[in-house]
Design a protein around this ligand. Structure first.
Ligand SMILES: NC(=O)N[C@@H](CC(=O)O)C(=O)O
Ligand SMILES: [Zn+2]
Ligand SMILES: [Zn+2]
Length: 344
């Protein structure tokens, strides 16, 4: 029997939502992950330290008895964000990072940033205090093709902002392109990138071939195969720039299977089995731990987890098609391949 043991993974980009959805899906992440960076795109968004502390407490209350899971909270950056509140919430240990959504780029991003000059003061305060900025890196200009939005964002927004704010620590969230991987790799110690589980598995054909498949639609949208291969190479390389952020983003089925379906893939339930399969396919099982459990803590200047998990190879594992929540069913990401690695 083939087994590997790795430090317990962390998820550096996770949507847990709120209310009945939170109750239903929090156990899915708590089972396999020790910590997660919790995205603040609730309705209304988490914009102050007090709101982040209250949301953290709701998450803790939704965890199963005895769960070993620590939510690391983020604030949603708006043009009104007060730099002092951010620095205080970070110093008090309430907030780990700040999240930048360009207004209109993705789910619940209407309160995001339109004019980057308006957040200059916050970014400078964050650079000084060493608070990471997590970035959804897509431009929203109507004249930019949706498949080009990440690469254009790097040139038009991210690179100028980083040059204008020396010392700002940035995580490029859920990169989906070769350009994203190349930029992150070249960016030095103050730049990192999360890669999702699903973007290692699917390219854009999954969404569009043989009928429109809403459960494979997320943002940034999956790109061409060459980009998926660039992400695979980055994730399995062991390079400290790259770490797991599942971007597990539950939406109930009626909102996905819809004439205007929501963006998001829900991968919390089977992520570790998928990643073990992917890393094995690429002959990189010995580098799985760097991606899931070492590179992220190193970027966030946190110790890696001391506890470990075992992955065991055997007959294809089964996992639920859907997680039933009080809000409705959430379809679990189907990687369209058998998974042979189970946790435990
Ligand atoms: N990734 C997604 O497709 N959706 C996320 C938002 C995000 O991370 O951009 C969500 O909140 O549903
Ligand atoms: Zn995003
Ligand atoms: Zn996300």
């Amino acid at each position: 029997m083939e087994q590997i043991s790795i430090r317990r993974p962390d998820d550096w980009h996770l949507h847990l939502r709120d209310g009945a959805m939170l109750q239903g899906i929090a156990p899915e992440s708590a089972r396999d992950f020790a910590r997660a960076i919790i995205m603040p795109n609730l309705v209304p968004p988490v914009v102050t330290g007090d709101q982040a502390a209250a949301y953290r407490d709701r998450i803790l209350a939704a965890l199963p008895e005895g769960a070993d899971f620590k939510p690391l909270m983020t604030l949603y950056l708006t043009e009104e964000t007060d730099p002092h509140d951010v620095v205080r919430a970070h110093a008090d240990g309430i907030v780990t990072a700040v999240k930048l959504y360009p207004a209109g780029a993705t789910t619940n991003s209407a309160s995001g940033v339109r004019d980057f000059d308006k957040v200059r003061g916050v970014l400078e305060a964050m650079a000084e205090a060493g608070i990471p900025l997590c970035v959804h890196g897509e431009v929203v200009d109507a004249d930019v093709d949706i498949f080009d939005r990440e690469a254009v964002f790097i040139d038009r927004i991210l690179d100028p902002v980083r040059r204008a704010t020396p010392g700002l620590r940035v995580v490029m969230e859920h990169i989906t392109t070769r350009q994203g991987a190349d930029y992150a790799r070249a960016g030095g110690d103050d730049l990192g990138a999360t890669i999702t589980t699903h973007h290692l598995v699917i390219n854009r054909n999954a969404i569009l071939v043989g009928g429109i498949k809403p459960h494979y639609y997320c943002l940034p949208v999956a790109k061409r195969e060459e980009h998926r291969l660039a992400l695979r190479a980055a994730a399995t390389s062991g390079d400290a720039s790259f770490f797991l952020g599942t971007d597990s983003a539950p939406h109930i089925d009626p909102l996905k299977e819809n004439a205007c379906g929501c963006a998001g893939c829900f991968t919390a339930t089977n992520t570790l089995s998928i990643l073990a399969e992917v890393f094995e396919q690429d002959g990189a099982l010995d580098r799985l731990e760097a991606f899931t459990s070492l590179n992220g803590p190193a970027f966030y200047r946190l110790p890696p987890n001391e506890t470990r998990v075992t992955l065991t190879k055997g007959e294809p594992v089964s996992y639920p098609d859907k997680i039933e929540t009080g809000d409705g069913p959430v379809t679990v990401f189907n990687p369209m391949m058998p998974l042979h690695w189970r946790v435990g």
